[in-house]
Write a protein that binds this ligand. Structure first.
Ligand code: ATP
Ligand code: ZN
Length: 397
């Protein structure tokens, strides 16, 4: 090891059960981090600082200002950079000895095997169910331990899937634990429902720590330990904040890890988006489609004085910004008693941030109304489209 590295890593090398051998294991290790966002950034930061020799990073996305409260490797000056290159630059300034391999691409069923195969351990730091199933299946097929993290709102989870056990067998995979994908309406993104930066930080750091322990063989992953797979549940608002659940062994009927070759076939079939309920076709908020019962923001602008504008966002979001004439009814209140929210004799234009919840609300209002339902419209693209197409000074969050 270079002389300087004795000093650089001295504080961790003197730890019991660590020493020079552990440091050399870290240097020889190859770790793949998929997603350089809220979880990936803190994970990468600590993996690099600890001296992991080779780190691959996969992400197709670019740095946006809305990432910076939690994606701590990216900076204001690197807005617009590919996240992978921004993370690489940050890592190189922390520890120039780390060899960073950039993969500026989305992991998909075509590239999963070639990308993952040359690494020893995989960290799932992504944010969507189709990718989680794909990563898990590919790790089962390639026999790689998978350190999986998730965080949303004030809550997070951590689990090691496909964990090598002392018996020679493997722990359960993601599919064993979550055989059925969540319904689309249960899946919210950070953009839609929010996340605290320190929560993704907690889970990302735990992912890095778990990877280090797996590489070195520490604690539950020491060679003489049984290595019981657990699901760690973190909730910043709960007391205690951490709970740990022992999870069941792998399922014999798991389509991925329950039979030889199953996982490989699943990756090759590549039906991940379909498995998770297809694209959010009818709930997409891109602002492009204007069907029956939908209006664009230009029409809202033209008619805002004569219609009733109903804003169905949460009270927190409404307090951040709203149209002055908007009348506020959070989605859940509206769904509880749709008709109570309608102003008589006026057309109602329903809006939200992106144009997803407003569709749900408008549908409920129309169903409740029966005849005359066409007086209820939802505003395509929501306030995001308003801030882009009508009033650029309107705050967007
Ligand atoms: N299939 C995939 N392959 C590689 N990276 C992925 C894949 N799916 C998601 N990601 C990346 O995982 C990261 C997840 O980060 P995070 O959850 O913090 O969300 P974000 O997309 O950056 O932000 P926001 O949801 O606020 O727009 C993102 O950078 C995203 O591009
Ligand atoms: Zn399984």
């Amino acid at each position: 090891m270079p002389l300087e590295d004795y000093k650089r890593y001295g504080r961790q090398m003197i730890l019991e059960d660590f020493g020079l051998p552990a440091q050399l294991k870290l240097r020889n290790a190859r770790v793949l981090v998929i997603g350089a966002g809220g979880l990936g950034c803190p994970a990468l930061q600590y993996l690099a600082a600890a001296g992991i020799g080779t780190i691959g990073i996969v992400d197709p996305d670019e740095v946006d200002v809305s990432n910076l409260h939690r994606q701590v490797l990216h900076t204001s000056l690197r807005q617009g950079w590919p996240k992978v290159l921004s993370a690489k630059a940050a890592i190189e300034s922390i520890n120039p000895a780390v060899h960073v391999i950039p993969h500026i691409t989305s992991l998909n069923s075509t590239n999963a095997f070639p990308v993952i195969s040359s690494y020893d351990i995989v960290l799932d730091c992504t944010d969507n169910p189709p990718t989680r199933y794909l990563i898990s299946d590919a790790c089962v097929a390639l026999d790689k331990p998978l350190v999986s993290g998730a965080a949303i709102r004030y809550d997070g989870q951590l689990c090691v899937y496909n964990l090598p056990l002392q018996s020679g067998d493997r722990g359960p995979c993601y599919r064993c634990l979550w055989p059925t994908p969540p319904r689309q309406e249960e899946v919210g993104t950070c953009e839609e429902i929010g996340v605290l930066g320190t929560v993704t930080g907690m889970i990302g750091v735990l992912q890095a720590q778990t990877a280090i322990q797996l590489i070195v063989g520490l604690g539950p992953y020491a060679p003489n330990e049984v290595g019981v797979p657990t699901l760690l549940i973190y909730s910043a608002l709960a007391s205690p904040m951490f709970r740990s659940l022992k999870i069941r062994p792998k399922r014999n009927d798991c389509p991925a890890c329950g039979r030889e070759g199953g996982a490989r076939e699943l990756v090759e079939k590549g039906e991940y988006v379909a498995l998770c309920g297809g694209m959010r076709e009818d709930l997409e908020g891109s602002g492009k489609r204007k069907g029956q019962g939908r209006v664009g923001v230009k029409e809202l602008e033209a008619r805002r004085a004569e219609v009733d504008v109903l804003d169905v966002r949460s009270k927190e979001e409404f307090s951040i910004c709203h149209l002055p004439e908007a009348h506020h009814v959070p989605l859940n209140t509206l769904l509880h008693d749709p008709l109570a929210q309608l102003s008589p004799g006026k057309d109602t234009y329903v809006m939200c941030k992106l144009g997803n919840d407003s569709q749900v609300a408008a549908r409920a209002l129309r169903d409740a109304l029966g005849s005359g339902a066409d007086r209820v419209k939802d505003v395509v693209g929501g306030l995001r489209a308003w801030s882009r197409e009508v009033d650029q000074s309107f705050p967007m969050y």
